[in-house]
Design a protein around this ligand. Structure first.
Ligand SMILES: O=C(CO)COP(=O)(O)O
Length: 253
């Protein structure tokens, strides 16, 4: 049985003060929820403050990206060792905005995934097709390629912590959510691909989140499906009430 994971991607929003103020209002709203793991991914500058504020609470804190190396002359970058040193436990890898604006590729996703696993960070690897790819019936090809390159050269035994987030690019920040059928289909494609690479045990244990315009009113219909194990939420995670409603609806029986 896979435990639901609901993650917030705050992108380039919230100062450290705003991040900890969020937690102060948010935590009382979710503290009795035991059926989901909750992860907040703030901007790098808020990580330390949020890790400190979340200590002892059932909320984890993750980064939105990282370099794959431990150190080096890479201006502006943050290493996995730096993240674990401050207590971050999760990391988003290969978000479509990183691929679009910062030249991330399937190959750098693979390097980052190997590095995150080696450092004990829970990797949340983002995959998803563009609208034109969906319109040309290329969704399965795109997802299969993204997943296979991401997992290249990684031992099945090392993949236990892996989380994948299916985020169709056309649904991000657009208010246009994938229908539950579209999302479930894509998640099945991803799970089947993982099984072909790493075996069915790994595939069945891997949590696959849906991301793209998740809101309180669609969280239930997405998260109740067999192959959807949670959500990666952008805009609607910035506000404690809407994010806590997403969690409540996603975990409702
Ligand atoms: O990119 C996303 C999460 O990583 C999704 O963003 P929205 O929820 O704002 O569409």
């Amino acid at each position: 049985m896979r435990k639901l994971l609901i993650a917030a991607n705050w992108k380039m929003y919230k100062t450290p003060t705003e991040s900890t103020a969020f937690l102060t209002s948010f935590f009382p709203l979710v503290k009795n929820i035991e059926t989901a793991e909750i992860v907040l991914c703030p901007a790098m500058t808020s990580l330390t403050a949020l890790v400190d504020a979340a200590r002892g609470k059932s909320v984890c804190v993750g980064a939105q990206t990282m370099h794959w190396l431990n150190e080096g002359a890479y201006t502006g970058e943050t290493s996995p060792t730096m993240l674990t040193a401050i207590g971050a436990t999760h990391v988003l890898i290969g978000h479509s905005e990183r691929r679009q604006y910062f030249n991330e590729t399937d190959t750098t996703v693979n390097l980052k995934l190997k590095s995150a696993l080696a450092h004990g960070l829970v990797p949340i690897v983002c995959v998803g097709e563009h609208l034109n790819e969906r319109e040309q019936n290329l969704t399965a090809d795109v997802l299969n390629l993204q997943v296979s390159v991401a997992l290249e050269g990684i031992d099945a035994a090392a993949l236990a912590p892996l989380v994948i987030a299916y985020e169709p690019v056309w649904a991000i920040g657009t208010g246009r959510t994938a229908t539950p059928e579209i999302a479930e289909d894509a998640h099945k494609i991803i799970r089947t691909k993982i099984a072909s690479i790493a075996g069915s045990d790994v595939a069945n244990a891997t949590r696959i989140l849906y991301g793209g315009s998740v809101k309180p009113d669609n969280a239930r219909s997405l998260c109740c499906l067999d192959d959807i194990d949670g959500a990666l939420v952008g805009g609607a995670s910035l506000e404690p009430t809407s994010f806590s409603q997403i969690i409540a609806n996603a975990t409702a029986h």
